[in-house]
Structures are given as structure tokens and as C-alpha cells.
Design a protein around this ligand. Sequence first.
Ligand code: RIB
Length: 297
Amino acid sequence: MTHIAVLGSTNMDLVAYAERAPQLGETVTGRDFRTVPGGKGANQAIAAARAGATVSMIGAVGHDAYGVRLRETLEHSGVDTDSLRTIECHSGTAHIVVDNEGGNAIVVVPGANGTVDHLSPGDEGVIASADTLLLQLEIPLAAVVAGAQAARRHGVHTILTPSPARPLPAELLDNIDLLVANEREAAALTDRFDPRDAAAALLDLVPQVVVTLGAAGSLYLTRGAQPLVIPAPRVTAVDSTGAGDTFVGALAVALAEEKPVREALSWAAAAAALAVQREGASTSMPYRPEIEAQYTG
Ligand code: RIB
């Protein structure tokens, strides 16, 4: 079985479902509310575990009821939480509005995630034992850089989700094998608003790039080869929260299993298509048999 390590965030998602997100200064009435375990790190860990990998989560939860639930949710999906610390502060929270088209707007408050600013004793060993390390940007950048450098020292493949988007230092980019950004993140990182142009600019920074295009699928670029455009299954989106994380988790598993890139991207797209049809982040992520049933090649 492939082994994926995730260094990243855990958040309790506080989700309001409303016809549309409010403008600044406006109040709108919602129709439902849920608390759903999430956070980009935890989401990618759960997605990879459900897609069939052995997964280790490195990060932190707060000393509160949310922290207990976040840990339990990871464990119930089969994720190893030995490297998930409990910190004397509140857990990370994400304040999310989901509109009637399944789109979302998110404010993240880091809480315990903000304390993950270095690798703790034992973390490098966990990273060294993995095939792939998944990284995002919801913990302090110093830890993301340290994780990527540790992975490089041990020949571990690294995949970075640059979300929330922010300028990325060379000491991080030099240790990333594959960057997976959505269109908005790709534009923010490159100042180029056409996804192909943005992907090409990102390819100057890392050896492989995926730009996800929502319902239009994804774009894959690697140096010295023609770009690939991979379609996504046509589905009706209910809630896109966590769909990008599902895509990354499933893609990491498929690549670690040495599926060809085109197949791996289609397989990840099948997983994400299942996720957008269900509400919530961790609650929407499919198990491997469901991905196999959705995947049409
Ligand atoms: O990518 C989706 C995630 O972003 C949510 O689960 C929320 O926690 C925010 O971190």
C-alpha cells in the first residue's frame, strides 16, 4: 500500500447554506447550518485514506470539543494521528457560506494550526517513511518549507496546494515536485488570468503543474511535453467545499501507485466529482470503490 504523509491544517468548518453569500455590510438569511470537520490538510489526508493509501497526519488540533471531533474523524477514516498534537488553545475554524450553486466563500481562523511553525521531533521520520508529502498553506510557511526540505532530503515526492494563495519563496518552490492550484490561485501567484498562461508561468517555478478548472476539468503541464487537458465528469454541484482537496488526495494516491498521469488525473477528477455532489468537506469524500465506479477512463 502507498504511504502518504500530510503536513497541514485541521479546521472545524462552520457552514451556513444560503441562497447567496452576503456583500460586505449586508446580512442575508441562511437556510441551514452544519459543523463539518475540514481544513485543507485534514481533508487531503481523509481523501487519500479513503482512496486507498496509508496516511499519516502531521499538525495540531486545539484543546476543545472541535479538536476531539477532528481527531476522531481522521481516525475513523483510517488516518494515523500519532503526529497530530493537541495544543492549549482553540482549534482552527473555517467560517463558510455555501450558495445555491454550490460555490463557497471562506474565512479561516488558524487557532492551533498557527502553532505548527516547525517540525517536531519525529515528524521528519514520518515524512521519510512516506512515498509522498502533501502540503498546503494553512499552517505557518516556516513549517511548510521545513517539511518540503525534509521530504527532499529523503527522496519523498512533494505536492503543494498553494492555498490560501500567497507569495512563495524559492526555498519552498525548489523542493516541490508538483503544484496543484485552482484557477484563482494560479492567477494570484502569476498575475496571469488565462489558466494556460498561468500554468506556463508556474512551470518556470516547479517541474509539474496542475491547474484545476472546476467543471471544465484540469490542465497538466510538465517540462518538455505538450499540455494535457483532462475533462471532469458532468455532475450537478451541491457544495464544492473540499472538492479540490479530494482531487489532490486521490491524485497523490494514483500517482504513488504509478498510474500514468492522464489516468491519475481522470481518477482524481472522478473523486472530486463525487465530492461536489455531497455537502461538506470531510463528509463528501468518496471511498475507493465509489471512485472506481465513477471512473470511466
Ligand atoms: O479546502 C476546503 C477547506 O478550506 C475547508 O474544509 C476549510 O476548512 C478551509 O480550510
